[in-house]
Design a protein around this ligand. Structure first.
Ligand SMILES: [Zn+2]
Length: 454
């Protein structure tokens, strides 16, 4: 009998029911949440591309309580004076990979050699560092879409959600699901004898395997499902992609397709996929279809810099981006920023951070001639929607999480103002102030937000 009671208690704990709750202090006896008031010199609404002067933002705990110009500061509130700065929602990179960094040496930029040399634990630690570097540059949401070893991406999300380390809200995909081989071209012996494709890719060739693969990723913490639409000539059919979409929906996830051919792009559009990644071969007519269907584009627009790319490639990319913007595609800011070399330095000789390297993709957007207000919308509103967090995060309005940043100057006039983020708040906690990280207050000895948070 006693054994049964113990078992029943254990099940209740697993089921999320607190045993002996009556013995605990009632919630009302807990310290009230911290009230923080921000005085914003200028507050941008990227949805409308407009700005309002001298706004007050009241934050209660993790969320925004009130926004306006005529609000009295509540007694006991902590006041943060950003009256000389422009405040705006945090930024979104809609396609990145935190737990891989491929290099010129020793792997000659071939990332499946990186996967042989760098273990998942090492890559997870890289991811923790990268995520903090991105947050310091104002990125409060990132879609991390695969190539993260054995689920380093979902572990990164869990560590941030539980409160071990500060970081952006991570929307991880888990493993990229593809037909035989994923994006790799292994030898028969490496494929058959050493199973080298896994865990960088999860093979799924039949409807049963597709269902199983989606469920595995969801079980291990994926919040979106990333598939190879056309990495190989066999690719996925419209029907197969519809199966991905319906199965992912059971776990609240939407589907992102890696697209590298026009035919693959058409199948993804016809299936009604949520996000098309890359899509550099899409035609103007296909951009129009995407606009009509509301399919997000994460075209990973690599700029020409001393450390990467070419003038020709940037021109092609910018031409594609301009066409997508002109056709009204919901475009996102997306990078694929997952490599490193020794030329990634500023004029003063300091290393560029992963955040500096990410925001540097503005070069391509400016080359495409997209106006600042639409770049800002791609960096925020469209990114939040592609990440499927828009109801909770994004515009600075009452009820949403307090994820906001501040810069000098006005990004609606000069988008490069975003290159120097002075202030970052994530879930109501200050991560950067006066251009300096305050990370000492945001590292914790345990899962302070709860071990169940994933
Ligand atoms: Zn990628």
């Amino acid at each position: 009998m006693a054994k049964h009671i113990v078992l029943a208690s254990a099940l209740l704990i697993v089921a999320g029911v607190s045993v002996g709750a009556q013995a605990q202090a009632p919630a009302s006896a807990e310290a009230p949440p911290q009230i923080t008031v921000i005085r914003a010199g200028r507050l941008i609404n990227p949805e409308t591309g407009s700005a309002a002067a001298n706004q007050i933002i009241v934050i209660e705990g993790e969320r925004i309580r009130e926004v306006g110009s005529n609000i009295a500061v509540p007694p006991g509130a902590k006041v943060i004076d950003l009256s000389k700065l422009t405040v705006l929602p945090g930024l979104v990179d809609a396609h990145t990979h935190q737990a891989i960094t491929y290099k010129e040496f020793p792997e000659n930029n071939i990332y499946y050699y990186t996967y042989i040399a760098d273990s998942t634990p090492l890559r997870a630690i890289q991811a923790a560092s990268n995520a903090m570097q991105l947050l310091a540059s104002g990125f409060t949401v990132i879609r991390d879409v695969g190539n993260n070893g054995m689920y380093a991406d979902t572990a990164l999300r869990a560590a941030i959600e539980q409160g071990w380390i500060p970081g952006p809200t991570v929307i991880p995909s888990g493993l990229i699901i593809g037909g035989t081989g994923g994006q790799f071209f292994p030898t028969p012996e490496m494929y058959k004898l050493h199973n080298i494709v896994y865990p960088e890719y999860l093979d799924a060739n039949t409807p049963d395997e597709i269902v199983r693969a989606v469920r595995e990723n969801l079980l291990f913490g994926a919040k979106t499902i990333k598939i190879c639409v056309d990495c190989k000539p066999w690719g996925y059919s419209v029907e197969e992609m519809k199966l991905f979409i319906s199965e992912a929906a059971k776990g609240g996830a939407k589907v992102d397709g890696h697209v590298q051919t026009r035919e693959g792009g058409q199948r993804a559009i016809d299936a009604g996929i949520h996000v098309i990644s890359h899509g550099q071969m899409l035609s103007p007519e296909q951009h129009t279809q995407m606009a009509q269907k509301g399919i997000y584009l994460a075209s990973t627009d690599t700029p020409f810099t001393p450390y990467r790319g070419s003038e020709q490639a940037q021109k092609r990319t910018a031409d594609q981006l301009r066409d997508a913007w002109q056709k009204g595609v919901p475009i996102t800011f997306s990078t694929d920023m997952d490599y490193w070399n020794e030329r990634m330095k500023k004029a003063n000789g300091e290393w560029m951070s992963r955040g500096d390297l990410t925001i540097n993709f503005l070069i391509t957007w400016k080359a495409a001639g997209v106006p600042p207000k639409d770049i800002l919308k791609a960096l925020t509103i469209n990114g939040y929607k592609a990440a499927d967090v828009y109801e909770e995060r994004g515009p600075i309005t009452a009820g949403r999480y307090a994820d906001l940043i501040a810069v000098a100057g006005n990004p609606l006039e000069d988008i490069d103002a975003l290159r120097s983020v002075q202030f970052v708040m994530k879930n109501g906690s200050v991560f950067k102030k006066d251009g300096v990280m305050t990370i000492d207050k945001l590292l914790n000895p345990g899962p302070i937000n709860g071990w169940r948070r994933r």
